[in-house]
Write a protein that binds this ligand. Structure first.
Ligand SMILES: [Zn+2]
Length: 340
């Protein structure tokens, strides 16, 4: 008798049990158990001649998400691990543990991340969202929180349509204090979406001073969508900010040299126009910069193009620095270990 169907059924049942466990919120990440699979994958990408990348910041919408296809693209593009946070879709629950299934199914590919602090879960019911974030991150030992939008202009894909990404929550509001305090107490980093504007920098600095141990990943390094609103942010300013606030990090997800923000008509990824100066800053403090793709449910088709753009930036850096930005800095931040 051919036993293979039974073996398949056995595996399927096991997956189903794991899924139920994850849905019940009883999932717990165990770095010691996951570590070797992560390292093996990093090593095998290195052996193939590519620079392995840990993507510290991408998100997905579980509706119509093709996990197998995503993982195949990771393999093809040399992405070692993805910190892929789930964005609860409209009409969905305020929090979902579904992304844990990805980690269980592909334990070498994914590093668990909390849900994205985005519309509608975060913006329509922020206190409840923070309750869920705190409970799940602690119970499940998740090493990274998702991207919290405090100030977010409408994204380029939403202009002319809905304005639900036009988010304006003061960073020094009670919600901001609660998030910074939680990160400070637990040592778990969170991702921050916060547009670069002169008028917004003071309150961010105030929070960084008040919560010196909060680990903040400020997403989209040097992404300025209105130059008239930003006269302070510069390589010198960011360098001084990083020196003052030792737990502040920058993610390097930004558009290509020709990417234009449609409302202002300006090229918003300022890195490219001043690459030498920005690279000098990165080279001087490499462990503070993290490779990121910023994939999301509405742009999964950009996976290869975004990776190529990220690699273009990494290739312009000395090899030793590129390795740190690509995966060593993320490893150190998330697992408090150096990786060789
Ligand atoms: Zn963002």
């Amino acid at each position: 008798m051919d036993r293979r169907p039974f073996i398949k059924l056995g595996l399927f049942s096991l997956l189903s049990i794991n899924t139920k466990v994850a849905l019940a919120g009883e999932y717990q990440f165990n770095f010691t158990q996951s570590k070797q699979a992560y390292l093996n994958r990093i090593q095998s990408i290195k052996k193939s001649g590519a620079l392995p990348i840990i993507d510290i910041e991408s998100s997905y919408n579980p509706v119509n998400f093709d996990a197998e296809d995503f993982v195949r693209t990771m393999d093809r593009m040399g992405i070692a691990q993805s910190c892929l946070s789930l964005d609860s879709p409209r009409g969905g629950p305020i929090w979902s543990n579904e992304s844990n299934q990805l980690v269980m199914k592909f334990p070498a590919h994914f590093i668990p991340a909390g849900n994205g602090g985005v519309y509608p879960a975060w913006t329509s019911n922020p206190e409840k969202f923070l309750d869920e974030n705190e409970r799940n991150v602690i119970q499940q030992k998740i090493p990274l929180m998702g991207e919290y939008e405090f100030r977010h202009y409408p994204s380029p894909r939403q202009i002319g349509g809905s304005t639900n990404r036009d988010v304006d929550i003061p960073i020094d509001s009670p919600l901001g204090h609660r998030l910074f305090a939680f990160s400070e107490e637990t040592g778990i980093p969170f991702q921050l979406h916060y547009e670069i504007e002169d008028g917004l920098l003071g309150s961010l600095e105030k929070m960084l001073i008040q919560y010196p141990s909060a680990k903040v990943i400020w997403c989209h390094f040097a992404q300025i969508r209105y130059s008239a609103r930003s006269t302070i942010y510069s390589p010198e300013y960011v360098g001084a900010l990083l020196d003052k606030h030792r737990n502040l990090y920058m993610d390097t997800a930004f558009g290509g040299p020709k990417s234009i923000y449609p409302i202002s008509g300006e090229p918003h990824a300022r890195y490219w126009a001043n690459q030498v100066a920005w690279n000098k800053l990165i080279i001087s403090r490499p462990y503070r910069f993290l490779a990121a793709l910023d994939l999301a449910g509405d742009r999964m088709g950009m996976f290869e193009a975004y990776t190529q753009r990220l690699r273009e930036m990494l290739n312009s850096l000395p090899e030793r620095v590129a390795e740190i930005i690509a995966y060593k800095a993320a490893w150190k931040l998330l697992f408090n270990e150096n990786i060789t």
